[in-house]
Design a protein around this ligand. Structure first.
Ligand SMILES: [Zn+2]
Length: 628
């Protein structure tokens, strides 16, 4: 919307910037029209945020942020420019001019409908506290909601009567057609009397981005259908462009809180209660393009949270499909998969906010979900099947409209497809490993108390190989994370080489949906609980006649690996350090001796190059591991 010339000047003239800023920041007057306070946009202990009333500008000498009153509202409340202007204009009692009569009429109509929705919200809230709302209140309390939360989210109750709300609003003088237009009552076509849309339901008011009630979601009491009923599309309410609690998430996002999309209203409320104030939910439909657009305005990589069951998996796939054509550089999604049978509400109630935080840390990138969509449940054991899989993956990636993002996806998927091939030898050269760098000095990768250490000898290569493989069998969730590293390991022992191939094969057969319960156990440094994955791997190893070597590897892993890695990157870091340690052992001295001997016997260029390569690799490895 364009504002007529002079309007913004008039607005700025009526505003006191220090008043606007003063609602969020405690300001002290410095001189005349200048105030100072602690900057709301960066962390500081001494005030470098200044507000100049005369100029109408704020400026921070710490982080450089600056702007006027409209800019301040945009930045701190996550509103758009016209929204911020309207908000400020309302505060100073300045009528917002509408460009055309049609626009003016639309605005007036929306304002009327919004008032109707607001009155309905108040009435529903009141019913919840009356005897008629007892059932609703019991339900909310039974779900563990505190009184303050019930009030904060303005939860209410629609009694199971034909025209409770209608009658109440009519008494207030609201015309029936407005009540129908606001989506609160249904007018039968045959001109019988209108009746309440929401009956016998706990009511969740849905707000616009400025926090004004525009619609409702109602949860049925008992076993009725549908379980959740939402307001229909109205001049105020467009499901596809709004989200439950979007208004709150906008504010949260300005404070760098993670934006989390949950499935249900109760999930959102539980997440807010646990401190995740950027939580939102779609309004009874799968995520729409419009909603993705809103989410990407708030965060580059919003988190989508799905239940750990099949329905949740399908919902994740739908969201991924919807997002692919819309991806742009820097804009993506991250996926949280909850343990089977859990939603955020139950997870937080039973296991607390920390469990949710851990699951956030384990979020999977969109590329993982896309890969799963095309490969899950498929067997890639013949060239033809691998080719078919590759074609499916490539077709999916082709849906990405942005050419740069699409190229990176192609490369990522090609790498994953390469991993499906049985890796008899390392797929890339040691110097090219991307995951092997860790800053700072290297802690000893193995448990200080292990028998070999006590005896004063180092573990030989094959023992380490055995332990590394065993650790992955013990903790199948690690296998997904470390598959590339596993494929790149140099393994000298033939039997263990077969075990490595068996594990990678099992991985290509297993659904790669990470079991969050297992991941959680991992994050805590403990062993994973048995998962579907673990069972699949076990079966596969058994079928391949590898169970004996697998058992010995597991025993070695238990002996060698610390069970409580103190470092932040935990198990994965410990495993990678051990793998790096092993690569140093395997580079010398046998290989070196052989190369030297070959060169002595036949001093051709090929043998010289080979020896130089080994020496070069050893040098690089010693630099990489911080010992050189
Ligand atoms: Zn600042």
């Amino acid at each position: 919307m364009a504002f007529p010339p002079g309007f913004l000047d008039e607005l700025r003239a009526r505003l006191s910037l220090s008043d606007v800023v003063g609602r969020k920041v405690s300001l002290k007057r410095r001189s005349g029209s200048e105030h100072a306070g602690l900057c709301p946009f960066h962390n500081e202990k001494t005030p470098s945020f200044t507000v100049n009333d005369k100029k109408g500008f704020f400026h921070c000498f710490g982080c450089g942020v600056n702007g006027d009153a409209v800019g301040f509202v945009m930045k701190t409340e996550g509103l758009s420019f016209p929204e911020s202007v309207e908000k400020l204009a309302r505060e100073v009692g300045l009528p917002v001019p509408r460009a055309t009569p049609a626009e003016r009429e639309r605005a007036d109509r929306a304002a009327t409908l919004q008032q109707v929705a607001e009155e309905a919200a108040c009435w529903f809230q009141k019913q919840l506290r009356l005897p008629v709302g007892r059932q609703g209140l019991d339900y909310l309390r039974g779900r563990g909601l505190e009184e303050a939360t019930i009030d904060d989210f303005r939860l209410g109750f629609a009694p199971d009567t034909r025209d409770g709300l209608l009658a109440a609003l009519k008494r207030e003088g609201v015309p029936i057609d407005k009540i129908v237009e606001a989506g609160l009552a249904i007018q039968p076509e045959d001109n019988r009397e209108a009746y309440d849309r929401f009956r016998g339901r706990v009511m969740f008011p849905i707000s616009d981005r400025r926090g004004r009630v525009i619609a409702f979601g109602g949860r049925v009491m008992g076993a009725g259908e549908p379980k959740y009923l939402n307001s229909p599309e109205t001049p105020l309410f467009h499901k596809g462009a709004n989200l439950y609690c979007l208004d709150r998430a906008r504010v949260a996002a300005t404070k760098d809180q993670p934006v989390i999309v949950a499935e249900g209203y109760m999930d959102v409320i539980a997440l807010h209660g646990a401190g995740f104030v950027g939580a939102v939910a779609p309004l009874g439909t799968a995520l729409t393009e419009g909603q993705l657009g809103e989410l990407w305005k708030l965060a580059d990589e919003p988190y989508l949270c799905f239940d750990g069951d099949n329905a949740g998996r399908r919902a994740a796939a739908r969201a991924a499909e919807r997002a692919l054509p819309l991806l742009r550089a820097g804009k993506s999604l991250r996926f949280l998969v909850l343990p089977a049978g859990e939603d955020p509400d139950s997870l937080i109630r039973v296991r607390g906010a920390d469990a949710m935080r851990r699951i956030l840390d384990l979020a999977r990138p969109l590329s993982d979900v896309v890969w799963d969509m095309e490969t899950e449940g498929k067997v890639a054991d013949t060239p033809e099947r691998r080719a078919s899989l590759q074609r499916a993956v490539e077709q999916r990636v082709a849906e990405i409209a942005d050419p740069v993002v699409r190229d990176y996806y192609r490369a990522d998927m090609r790498r994953r497809l390469d991993l499906l091939r049985r890796p008899d030898r390392p797929a890339w050269r040691p110097g090219e490993r991307r995951f092997f760098r860790s800053p700072g000095p290297e802690p000893a990768p193995f448990a200080a108390g292990s028998a070999a250490r006590r005896a004063g000898t180092d573990l030989d290569a094959s023992r380490q190989e055995r332990a590394l493989l065993g650790a992955l069998i013990e903790r199948p969730a690690l296998l997904h994370i470390l598959a590339e590293d596993l494929a790149a390991l140099t393994i000298t022992n033939a039997e263990l080489g077969r075990l490595r191939s068996g594990l990678l094969d099992a991985l290509s057969l297993a659904p790669s949906g990470v079991d969050p319960a297992a991941d959680e156990a991992l994050a805590e440094g403990g062993a994973a609980s048995p998962s579907v994955e673990a069972q699949l791997i076990e079966q596969h190893l058994e079928r391949s006649g590898l169970q004996r070597v697998a058992a010995s590897a597991q025993a070695k892993a238990r002996e060698v690996f610390r069970n409580d890695p103190a470092d932040a990157d935990g198990w994965v870091g410990q495993w990678r350090r051990a793998a790096r340690h092993l690569s140093q052992l395997t580079a010398d001295p046998e290989e070196l001796k052989r190369a030297e001997q070959a060169l002595a016997e036949d001093s051709n260029d090929e043998n010289l190059r080979r020896l130089e390569e080994i020496l070069d690799r050893m040098r690089r490895q010693s630099i990489e591991s911080g010992t050189g």
